[in-house]
Design a protein around this ligand. Structure first.
Ligand code: SAM
Length: 214
């Protein structure tokens, strides 16, 4: 994601009712935040929020939380939510490394990872959102029958992620190297900003679904 500092973005985040910028106190309270017991789906590294906003609009019976590290990127999602006013969509500005301080054990029903940063250097592998270190965090916050869904056009990152799913002791429930030509996995697919951009450029999109044995 190319980053441009947008003056005032941080201040907008702090004042906006749909964004949590000090989320550590929220652990275990997300159902209260939404005022219902509906499932909670999160997207980690959501960028400008096209994917999660579309899902929230299409599925009012599910609560969505979008997580993004940078205010300047998150700003676009927040502006869109100002227009849409979806009651089932909230945002957190945070580094996902702290995710276990923000969600309680089993509080999350599904985790989406879309076009996550590849961190190509080996010494940065643990920063990848599909590293075994991140799966260990997801293992805590995700309900036992929950799932992680990951999409990317980066084959090296995808191959790494497939291995990490296994290393982490999770099951690879589904896996494709060409999502848009997979009739089963592509059904109901909602495209992210990066997915639109890279598939237009001719790149096949990879997707995996990881779960644990219950
Ligand atoms: N998911 C969007 C999509 O598919 O269009 C955006 C993809 S963009 C390449 C990756 C996003 O993840 C960036 O906005 C980046 O700031 C965010 N990100 C990367 N690492 C993160 C982390 N540790 N915590 C929170 N956000 C992160």
């Amino acid at each position: 994601m190319r980053l441009r500092n947008i003056p005032g973005a941080r201040e907008v985040m702090v004042e906006n009712e749909n964004v949590f910028t000090e989320p550590k106190g929220m652990k275990g309270t997300w159902h209260e935040v939404f005022g219902n017991d509906n499932p909670i789906y999160i997207e980690v590294g959501m960028g400008k929020g096209q994917f999660i906003s579309t899902l929230a609009a299409n599925n009012p019976q599910i609560n969505y939380v979008g997580i993004e590290k940078y205010s300047s990127v998150l700003l676009r999602a927040v502006e869109k939510q100002e227009e849409l006013q979806l009651p089932n969509l909230k945002f957190i500005r945070m580094d996902a490394e702290e995710i276990c301080e923000v969600f309680a054990e089993g509080e999350v029903d599904r985790i989406y990872l879309n076009f996550s940063d590849p961190w190509p250097k080996d010494r940065h592998a643990k920063r990848r959102l599909t590293s075994r270190q991140f799966f260990a965090r997801y293992n805590i916050i995700l309900k036992k029958d929950g799932r992680v869904e990951f999409k990317t056009d980066n084959k090296a990152l995808f191959d790494f992620s497939v291995e990490e799913v296994k290393e982490a002791g999770w099951n690879l429930d589904a896996c494709t190297y060409d999502l848009h030509n997979d009739n089963v996995l592509n059904e109901g697919n909602v495209m992210t900003e990066y997915e639109e951009r890279f598939s237009k450029a001719g790149n096949p999109i990879c997707k995996l679904i990881a779960t644990r044995s219950i």
